[in-house]
Design a protein around this ligand. Structure first.
Ligand code: SF4
Length: 110
């Protein structure tokens, strides 16, 4: 049985800020893509499916620099909505809660 492949934010948003991405050398690698402490959360690679809680995520700046608009809040982002639709609300809350309280305590970005 083929395992479902879950997209990471850089694949969904096509920002090119992942290591080796088309904008990585010019604009820098986004910390979300290298946040190993978040690896596997919501089935993503590094912070790829919990990007909205990763400290120093450069999403707004990154998307604006490549001519795309970013929603005023990560809560309105198409990718966040997509992850919410793919994960059970209980799993999503547990995953984010665990990350923020145990793995890498940071202030939420929203
Ligand atoms: S948080 Fe935004 S800029 Fe960073 S990898 Fe994800 S989509 Fe790209």
């Amino acid at each position: 049985m083929k395992e479902d492949i879950k997209e990471n934010c850089w694949e969904f948003m096509r920002c090119g800020r992942e290591p080796g991405g088309v904008h990585a050398e010019e604009l820098g690698v986004c910390p979300v893509t290298t946040e190993v402490s978040a690896d596997g959360l919501n089935g993503g690679v590094n912070g790829g499916r919990v990007c909205w809680v990763i400290e120093d995520n450069c999403c707004r700046d990154a998307l604006e620099k490549i001519g795309r608009s970013k929603k005023s809040s990560c809560m309105r982002c198409e990718f966040h909505i997509r992850v919410k639709s793919e994960e059970s609300i209980l799993d999503l809350c547990n995953t984010i809660g665990k990350y923020l309280t145990e793995i890498h305590p940071v202030e939420a970005l929203y």
